[in-house]
Ligand binder design. Structure first.
Ligand code: HEM
Length: 446
């Protein structure tokens, strides 16, 4: 007798791939936060204490400095982008498959790549082997991600016109691939020509600009174009203006590589205002914000990062003209990396990640408020004090500078604690609330 296998109902397949993608995004978010906390922020704080003790930026090993920057930009924010990118596949595709094998191979290679790069930079142990290996792993992990995204997208939304937010996110992904290609080439060059595991200063700054303005800023604008209207209750974005801002930011990046710093500074300030205008960030809401599961201050914290974007661009222009000691450059970089990027990841992350990582709710909205308050406070201290201290204009600023790092460290720890606590609690629909015995010891599912 021939047995016919009973086909699984399509919704069972959907649930299965949803679970697979939730597990993967959780793994990327968890590893991203570990990179943010230990190799990223702790090393950053350590570096700042070292600089403040010796009263000069020159005293710090460039390999340590770059190890911190790599762990934050690639290890933390990069891991979040990869995880959310893989997760979005399940939402966008029409096929009932999830690229599990590619996705987990990509996670392993990405984690290895970031870890090896940090070890090479901080310890110099066998760095001539570890650095190229790390560059290769990071590149290969991203290629796997990119291929999976393209393959699945072409099966699903290929025929539909691309929405502007998708163009920005796609532009950011292409720039990510470019940054990792340049990084791989540069580590091979460094290994053959240098005695230390660090890139030459100007090239390092150019690569940071590529990562920040080419990858992270457009990705954030893309997500903002998609979600600010929904969650923040803001007006529908002006897509032509936003695409124009994006096009000009690509031009500004070209100027960075030509080392036309003044023109680039002016253009980036213009681009920042254009994007703010396009996204209607500072205009009144047209509908109520969606505040379920988050702190009621959420709509304000959505807007504050854009103040830091403008501050960063203004400081960038001042740095080109006046900076001798690295203080104004550092303040400008900090305003964009901590104020804008981390500020936005903290606020959007605590809104979206609990749902992405298994339909959970944020563990503590109050902790969300404190993490955001401390982050912006620490950033304000740092951005104000760094030019004064590094430029030796106010000696006491050297004493206060490490405090800014401690405040930021507290913010980062609260954010990570809140997300980890969210991840370890059961999904919202399985959570059992127990009614006190006096009212009858009944279990309810909420
Ligand atoms: C939270 C506390 C943080 C502290 C205490 C800190 C500290 C530092 C210090 C001392 C430097 C050296 C140069 C300078 O003084 O400007 C630096 C550079 C840098 N930081 Fe941070 N930082 C923090 C957060 C972040 C975050 C969240 C990011 C990115 C998302 C970031 C990205 C960078 C980058 C890219 C550099 C330049 C590295 C290089 O020149 O290669 N930092 N940071």
């Amino acid at each position: 007798m021939a047995f016919q296998s009973i086909p699984r109902p399509p919704h069972a397949d959907r649930i299965a791939i949803e679970k697979q993608s939730q597990r993967l995004v959780t793994a990327f978010i968890a590893i991203g936060m570990i990179f943010m906390l230990l190799p990223g922020t702790f090393l950053g704080v350590w570096n700042l204490i070292g600089i403040s003790r010796r009263h000069t930026l020159e005293s710090l090993s460039s390999a340590w400095l770059q190890a911190h920057g790599q762990a934050q930009l690639y290890g933390w924010v990069g891991s979040f982008i990869l995880g959310i990118g893989f997760y979005s596949l399940t939402k966008m595709q029409s096929t009932l498959t999830f690229p599990s094998r590619s996705a987990w191979t990509s996670w392993i290679m990405w984690t290895l790549g970031i870890t090896l790069r940090w070890i090479a930079g901080v310890t110099s142990w066998h760095w001539k082997i570890l650095m190229p290996l790390s560059g290769f792993f990071e590149f290969a992990a991203f290629v796997l991600f990119y291929r999976s995204v393209r393959r699945h997208r072409s099966m699903s939304i290929h025929e539909r016109p691309r929405e502007p937010w998708m163009i920005l996110v796609l532009g950011g992904s292409i720039a990510f691939l470019l940054a990792l290609t340049v990084n791989l080439t540069a580590v091979i060059y460094t290994v053959t020509r240098s005695d230390v595991p660090a890139f030459p200063h100007v090239f390092d700054q150019q690569l940071i600009m590529l990562m920040v303005w080419g990858v992270l800023v457009p990705t954030i604008w893309g997500f903002n174009a998609r979600w600010l209207q929904v969650f923040g209750g803001l007006k529908k974005p002006d897509t032509n203006q936003l695409l124009c801002a994006y096009g000009l930011s690509v031009l500004a990046l070209a100027l960075v590589f030509l080392q036309w710093w003044t023109a680039c500074g002016v253009l980036l300030l213009f681009v920042a205002f254009l994007a703010i205008e396009a996204l209607h960030v500072w205009e009144p809401r047209v509908q109520p914000a969606k505040l379920q599961g988050v702190h009621p201050s959420f709509p304000y914290f959505l807007r504050i990062p854009y103040i830091w974007l403008v501050v960063s661009c203004v400081l960038n222009m001042l740095a080109v003209r006046f900076d001798q000691s690295g203080g104004i450059w550092g303040a400008s970089r900090h305003a964009i990396t901590v104020g804008f990027i981390a500020g936005m990841v903290f606020v959007i992350g605590q809104r979206l990640l609990p749902a992405f990582c298994g339909m959970r709710t944020l563990w503590s909205p109050k902790l969300m408020l404190w993490s955001l308050l401390l982050l912006h406070l620490g950033c304000a201290f740092r951005v104000t004090l760094e030019p004064l201290a590094y430029g030796n204009s106010w000696q006491f600023a050297w004493k206060l500078l490490p405090c800014s790092a401690v405040v930021e460290l507290a913010a980062v720890t609260l954010f990570a604690g809140n997300i980890f606590a969210t991840l370890i609690q059961p999904p919202a629909h399985l959570r059992v609330a127990t009614i006190p015995a006096t009212r009858g010891a009944t279990s309810i599912k909420c």
